[in-house]
Design a protein around this ligand. Structure first.
Ligand code: NI
Length: 255
């Protein structure tokens, strides 16, 4: 079944139908979902959601956009949360230089601290990296991310760099963007890296695939991503679903 490795169902965009939608996923062919924390407030919401549904798990961490709110107390709260049996990764963490704030030094500091937390707790990491390729790679190398493992989610860099991440033992997260007309770089990446290193993700409520681009995204639209990956790689949709599900189970330790 399809494994959605990156979703934000705690987002207010799902306030009107969250329970119903999440409950309907298994019968729609979506086997498991990992709901990813972003802000300090989302930590409790992510744990609660994962406890309400058998097929929902969570990753706990602070997104670079929220790093200015980060404190030692919040880091300890994440550490405690990671002991929960439904918590399967540290994330999403990383660097986002698209906006001038938060200050880059603050982002780098908490990215490194959360990588260390992942190492200490034996968890993989879910990395968010936008317009920050060089610093992301640098901090990952400094913290020996190759011995931590995880995924570079919503991958937006070159195929060349993707191969570097793969060499470090990382997976590449592919979602709705691969169906966009201007997705040349991501299409190239999907072509160049092995299927055994690709994870399916929505990042919902954001980044809905064509023909729903701009609308609220959900795991129900992942078949459009599956079909595009199958087309790019010249393989069957079943193979895409089966292999990416196994990849996700391996990475999140759910085998
Ligand atoms: Ni996300």
């Amino acid at each position: 079944m399809i494994f959605d490795t990156h979703a934000h169902y705690d987002d207010e965009a799902f306030d009107s139908d969250r329970e119903e939608l999440l409950g309907s996923l298994p019968e729609a062919g979506i086997g498991r979902v990992v709901n990813i924390a972003a802000s300090p407030e989302s930590i409790d919401d992510c744990l609660a959601l994962a406890h309400r549904f058998d097929h929902v798990y969570c990753a706990l961490g602070i997104h670079p956009e929220h790093c200015a709110e980060m404190t030692e107390e919040i880091l300890e709260k994440i550490r405690r949360g990671l002991q929960d049996k439904k918590a399967v990764a540290v994330g999403e963490i990383g660097l986002d230089y698209y906006w001038p704030e938060p200050d880059r030094e603050i982002q780098k500091r908490w990215f490194a601290r959360q990588l260390q937390l992942a190492r200490e707790t034996g968890m993989p990491v879910v990395i968010h990296s936008r317009d920050a390729a060089a610093d992301t790679m640098k901090i990952m190398k400094e913290n020996h991310a190759e011995s931590i493992g995880g995924v570079v989610h919503c991958y937006s860099y070159s195929a060349e760099l993707a191969k570097e991440f793969v060499k470090m033992g990382f997976y590449i997260g592919v979602g709705g963007v691969v169906t966009f007309k201007n997705a040349r770089k991501l299409v190239e990446t999907v072509k160049e890296i092995p299927l055994g290193r690709i994870l399916l993700e929505t990042d919902c409520p954001y980044l809905a695939p064509v023909p729903f681009r701009g609308k609220r995204n959900s795991s129900l639209y992942l078949p459009f991503v599956v079909s595009r990956i199958a087309e790019i790689k010249g393989i069957t949709e079943e193979e895409v679903i089966r292999t990416t599900e196994r990849n996700a189970e391996m990475m999140y330790g759910l085998t």
